[in-house]
Each structure stands twice: as C-alpha cells, then as structure tokens.
Design a protein around this ligand. Sequence first.
Ligand SMILES: [Zn+2]
Length: 240
Amino acid sequence: MTWREVESLDREKTVAILPVGAVEAHGPHLPLLTDVIIANAMAEASVERLATAGREVLILPPVAYSSARYAAGFPGTVSIRPETATAVLVDIARALASQGFRMLALANAHLEPSHIGSITKAVALLREEGALAIVFPDVTRKPWALRLTEEFKSGACHAGQYEGSIVLAEKPDWVREKIRKALEPNPASLSTAIREGKTTFEEAGGPDAYFGDPAGASAEEGRRTIETLGTILAEAIVTG
Ligand SMILES: [Zn+2]
C-alpha cells in the first residue's frame, strides 16, 4: 500500500494486523522463514471474515525476528533477546496509535515460551497504556489450540506435518520435497520437553530441528489449517 491508501483507511473500522514469526531452523526441508509464512497466511485468511463483519484490515509487514533460543544451535537461526522483541512490538503499536489506529491484532506463529512471553509482556504494557486495543489469540492455549490438528495438540509440532502442510499450501516452491518425503517421523513432544526444562531442540530430541511427521504434510491439510487460523484471528478481533 502507499501512504495515501493508508491515510484513507477509516480509523473507526480498521484493524491493523501484525504477523509475527521468527527466523529459525525448521528441519532440513523447510525455510528458516517458516513461521513468518504461517503468520502472514493467518493474517490474510482473516480478511474476508473481517470484511463480512464490517471491518477494514491493514496487514502490516511482518516482524520476522524474535527470541528463538531452542533453535539457536542451528545455522541461519537469528535469535534476539525477548526484551528487544517486546520493545519492537510496543514501539510498533505506539506508532500506529499515534496515527489514530484503534486496534492492533497480533497473528503469531512462533510458539516458543520465551517468544510468547515477550508478546504477553508487550500486550500487558500496551493494555496498561490504553492507547489502542490489543488482540492476541495465543494458539498454544485453550480455546484456540483445541481447534488445531492432532499433531499440533500432541506438541510434536515444529516443522512436522502441521507446519509443513501450511508451507506446502502457501509456498510450495520453498519446500525441499525430496528431503521432506524421506524424513522419519519424530514423535518427541516439544511441549513436554519444554515442561521438563529442556532448552534446546537437541535436548528435546530433535537433532535435525524437526518434530512430528514432515512426510505426512499436504497442501490440502495446510489450506484447512490456514482457514482455521484465519477464523481464530477474525473471531478474536470481532470479540476483542
Ligand atoms: Zn515454526
């Protein structure tokens, strides 16, 4: 969009959506930018539903960098401090509020606790300031998590069937198909490992930076999941 197009958006009706991801290893078959692709897809999938509800949408360029400590040992992962990530979100929200925007929604696809923590800190701070409404459906929690796939709910959900399917639907050319199809499933649950205090993918039983079943991914499942993510975001915005 151009600045004149943004200028003409009705501030009363417009919700600004910020996709949030990470630059992080996603197995030997998916791009480092996987979470950004997923966050963008989630944002875009919410637009039609929001239009039906009388909202206009401004999808912002994504925040690609965040805290990605679990994957820090894998080349190409770029992890920043959680407090930096919080500051980026707070500054973006303040900039939008100063232009008269009333609501900012976060479409987040990176699920690591230190990253989620950096978001919830920003959300709490911004709610306290009250300059604009903040919407953040945390898909790692109920009720949203229950709507996602079995693999997602099992916690073996990093670069496996769940995420691989979404990338296949959105950016099929970015998936290393020959490698993906040959990968053995890794049923180790990342969420269990996190609860047990493991702090890296290697410790959590993911020496190749993937969990779940990459070979089981399909564009068809990806399209369904993207629809679900878009619905979750739109519902959170309409009720938020
Ligand atoms: Zn991911």
